[in-house]
Ligand binder design. Structure first.
Ligand code: CP
Length: 360
């Protein structure tokens, strides 16, 4: 069964086809108005959302399908102790496709193993957010007419910002991409993205501490919110939460061709005064998110009967993940599994490297 758990689940050719499909939907919405008649999408959001959940729901309605689900874990039998796997097995009896968001990394992978219908990862903890990346890629493509040869500044919470992890993974495929990582030391990019994507593929990147050091060299400035909900220490969040603010004065140092993206929600990191600048694209991203999710629903429903064509990698099952925000920390019956990447073993659910004492 094809699922979308990680942006790497789709080839570059599949992403190109999704963008083409979304553009056709934008140009000819009437042709798609009944393409999902008789089909149901379940939106299972164990964590808060405005855009992702509602855009999935709007997408399914605009395809002529129907929607069911819940918008918070407390409205489901999760509060009675039901596992993620059992929830998915149950909802697969009612729906043809499931979009889910969960606070723990790897929950969509667990769901995909229990599911009889395609699973879409709508955000798993601080790990991945592949459908936001599809919205970002459609926006970049529509603004620049290409995805290659772009210098992308990523600013803010690069540690917990799951949209950043998925976007770097996707943009690294396109020739000529360069990244400028703008973050405080405490919120730097996790090792699994830095080592397994940037270093492995020799993608050029620099790291700076201020927007001013980079803004005049960028094609894209991707601002992110400091993810307060992922901090163990609230005082640390208070100290870092306003570390970057893009205002009109800072934007005046940028090229005319710059495009400012943000997955939203924003808190303080982009001044409202920037919204009227023609370089601000974050509300275009919101709209594009609906169209690319329409294309995604159509693709996964069309391929629901197909097996994943990729070979299954060899895993190690004798190591244990110690990440408290990995799904293995709370869901019973999951076999810990590690994949060798370079010289380290990474948990297949959350990608944390193994830190224990077993010989590797
Ligand atoms: N971009 C995004 O994931 O927004 P929501 O949290 O509102 O879904």
């Amino acid at each position: 069964m094809r699922h979308l758990l990680d942006i790497d689940d789709f080839s570059t050719e599949e992403i190109r086809a999704l963008i083409q499909s979304a553009e056709d939907i934008i140009d000819h919405p009437d042709r798609y108005a009944h393409t999902c008649a008789g089909k149901k999408l379940a939106t299972l959001f164990f964590e808060a959302s405005t855009r992702t959940r509602l855009s999935f729901e709007a997408a399914m309605y605009e395809l002529g399908g129907q929607v069911l689900g819940f918008s918070m874990a407390t409205a489901s039998s999760t509060v009675k102790g039901e596992s993620c796997a059992d929830t998915i097995r149950t909802v697969g009896c009612y729906a043809d496709i499931i979009a889910m968001r969960h606070p723990l990394a790897g929950a969509p992978l667990v769901a995909s193993r229990a599911s009889t219908v395609p699973i879409i990862n709508a955000g798993d903890g601080g790990h991945n957010h592949p459908t936001q990346t599809l919205a970002d890629l459609l926006t970049i493509y529509r603004e620049f007419g290409r995805l290659d040869g772009l210098t992308v500044g990523l600013c803010g919470d690069l540690k917990f910002g799951r949209t950043v992890h998925s976007l770097i993974t996707a943009m690294s495929r396109y020739p000529g991409t360069r990244f400028v990582l703008i973050s405080p030391a405490e919120l730097q990019l996790p090792g699994y993205v830095r080592k397994d994507v940037l270093d492995r593929d020799g993608i050029p990147y620099t790291e700076v501490r201020t927007i001013e050091e980079a803004i005049d060299s960028l094609d894209i400035l991707y601002m992110t919110r400091v993810q307060g909900e992922r901090f163990a220490d609230p005082a640390e969040y208070e100290r870092l939460k306003d570390c970057y603010i893009l205002d009109e004065k800072r934007l005046s140092q940028a090229r005319e061709g710059l495009r400012v993206l943000h997955p939203l929600p924003r808190v303080n990191e982009i001044s409202v005064g920037v919204d009227s600048d023609p370089r601000a694209c974050y509300f275009k991203q919101v709209l594009n998110g609906k169209y690319i999710r329409m294309a995604l629903i159509l693709k996964l429903l069309a391929e629901a009967g197909q097996d994943d064509p990729r070979p299954q990698p060899a895993l190690r099952y004798d190591l244990t993940c110690d990440n408290p925000v990995c799904i293995t920390s709370s869901e019973q019956g999951i076999r810990h599994a590690f994949l060798k990447k370079g010289s380290v073993y990474r948990c297949v659910y959350c990608e944390r490297s193994y830190h224990g004492t077993k010989p590797l």
